[in-house]
Design a protein around this ligand. Structure first.
Ligand SMILES: [Zn+2]
Length: 91
C-alpha cells in the first residue's frame, strides 16, 4: 500500500464512521431506554461519574443513579460497568 492508498482508505473509513455515528444518534433518539445499567461515564480525562446507561442503545441517560443504585454498583466486582439491569420506570 502506498501512502496515497492509505490516505484514501483513511478518508473512506472516516466518512463511514460519520455515517454510522449519524445512524447511532438516530437510533438513540428513537429508543425509549426501557432498561439501563449503572456505569462509569468519563466526561473528561481522569474524571468519572456513575451514570445510568441504556442497555438497548448505550446512551448515557440524564438521570443520575439513586443512592441505592450507586451502592449496588459499588458493591459489584466490575470494571466500570454494572451488571444489574434496571427497568426504566419513567417511560
Ligand atoms: Zn436507549
Amino acid at each position: 500500500m502506498t501512502e496515497q492508498d492509505t490516505k484514501k482508505r483513511i478518508e473512506e473509513i472516516n466518512a463511514q464512521i460519520e455515517v454510522l455515528n449519524e445512524e447511532r444518534k438516530e437510533l438513540q433518539k428513537n429508543c425509549n431506554h426501557s432498561k439501563y445499567r449503572i456505569g462509569l461515564f468519563s466526561w473528561r480525562i481522569g474524571c468519572f461519574d456513575p451514570r445510568r446507561i441504556c442497555n438497548i442503545c448505550d446512551e448515557i441517560l440524564m438521570e443520575e443513579p439513586t443512592k441505592e443504585e450507586y451502592d449496588q454498583f459499588k458493591a459489584e466486582d466490575n470494571l466500570g460497568q454494572g451488571k444489574k439491569e434496571y427497568k426504566n420506570e419513567s417511560n
